[in-house]
Design a protein around this ligand. Structure first.
Ligand SMILES: Cc1ncc(COP(=O)(O)O)c(C=O)c1O
Length: 385
């Protein structure tokens, strides 16, 4: 049976061959730790890590490569922002489409540090009016966190407009680009943000276990590291270095992950983001058009390919979405994700809590033939009921 992978919002698959080759290349040909020795292999590792920082700085339009720190995941990056910045009495604004990587650390901090978390209610298609952010700002609003796109409906949030509202204010601004990096324009400078949190294993085509955070100068000054330890620098000092990237990068890094991420980003640069976005939009549009003709299917989100990523959530009237996901794989080899997608507030927003939805998410590797096969599979299940 043909396999169709339609869970790119979870992780990218299959990865470009260059990603595995770069990881193997590091393990086989370099193999040593960066910044922890003066011999050739250690210098080669350090150069590769630095080159990847430069590559990402260019990719996200970050002024200095050191403003990018590597982390194990966007979850870690978001924990670094919230736990490293917030203190008692701070007011934080988030949208109702955020991932648990934002919601759960803030829930803990609300109890432990007495911060005030305010959730801005998005419309039932997941959209947010940027003026809602402006109206909710208070004198003690320390941080606004927004996802660039919902991982449930694909709905794009107005992160650039909010950036314009917050520019020159004392409120720090964090954008989670887990769902958009690698297909949509992600420009650190244009966003006027203080933190850009990204993950390597989705649209950036890299391996799991590597992500990062881009920080503005004031964010660097105001944020405490989540962990401290060896950096390979100033070993005589018992204090964590204050300079970048060492302030936030302790312990031997995931060097094979960094090598794989660099390879993924280079593939994206060859393909070109406009071409990737065009392909994903074409797939999304074809899927939405096909779904609109199936009466028992309820589609969530804006239902417009131009205002979403290539992620679509749906339910089939009278069928459990977990069963539907199972049936699609068993009978047609189609891989999807059902349930709540680590975003309970998003499901409350779109009206699918607590059962959730069935999520389809496409990558540039998918084809229009895949979309046709998925639609045929859905139609078959509908017809059998
Ligand atoms: C919007 C958003 N934020 C955060 C995450 C967490 O990503 P990771 O598991 O790579 O840390 C995800 C992943 O599903 C996501 O979609």
């Amino acid at each position: 049976m043909k396999e169709i992978y339609a869970d790119h919002a979870a992780t990218t698959y299959p990865r470009p061959a260059q990603v595995a080759e770069a990881m193997l290349g590091y393990l086989r040909d370099i193999g040593c730790s960066p910044g922890r020795g003066g011999y050739r292999r250690a210098l080669d590792a350090a150069r590769m890590v630095y080159d990847t920082r430069c590559l990402l700085a260019d990719f996200f339009h970050v002024p200095q490569p050191e403003q990018i720190v590597f982390t194990p995941s966007v979850t870690y990056s978001l924990n670094l922002v919230t736990k490293g910045l917030l203190a008692a009495g701070d007011h934080v604004l988030i949208s109702s489409m955020e991932h648990n990587a934002v919601i759960r650390p803030l829930t803990r901090l609300a109890t432990e540090r007495k911060i005030h978390v305010e959730t801005l209610q998005c419309h039932s298609d997941g959209t947010l009016d940027p003026l809602q952010v402006q109206k909710a700002l208070r004198s003690n609003t320390r941080l606004v966190i927004l996802t660039h796109a919902s991982n449930v409906t694909g709905t794009l949030l107005p992160v650039y407009e909010v950036g314009d509202i917050l520019a020159h204010s004392d409120t720090l601004y964090c954008v989670d680009v887990a769902q958009t990096a690698g297909s949509d324009a992600v420009d650190f400078a244009d966003l006027h943000c203080d933190y850009l949190a990204f993950t390597g294993h989705k649209g950036l085509l890299g391996p799991p276990g590597i992500g990062g955070l881009c920080l503005s100068q004031r964010a660097v000054d105001l944020t405490q590291p989540l962990i401290e330890g060896g950096t390979g620098s100033r070993s005589e000092d018992v204090h964590q270095p204050e300079f970048l990237p060492d302030k936030f990068e302790s312990g031997t890094p995931n060097v094979p992950g960094i090598a794989g991420l660099a390879a993924g980003v280079r593939v994206l640069q060859q393909q070109g983001l406009p071409a990737i976005k065009e392909q994903k939009t074409k797939l999304t549009q074809a899927f939405l058009t096909g779904l609109a003709a199936i009466p028992t299917i309820i589609v969530y989100g804006t239902k417009e390919a131009s205002t979403t990523t290539a992620t679509i959530s749906l339910n089939m009237d009278g069928v459990d979405n977990g069963d539907l996901s199972f049936m699609l794989e068993q009978t047609h080899g189609i891989m999807t994700r059902s349930g709540l997608h680590c975003a309970p507030l998003a499901h409350k927003t779109i009206g699918s809590f607590p059962t959730g939805t069935l999520r389809f998410s496409f990558g540039q590797q998918n084809t229009l033939a895949d979309i046709e096969d998925i639609l045929a599979g859905i139609r078959e299940i509908v017809a059998e009921r």
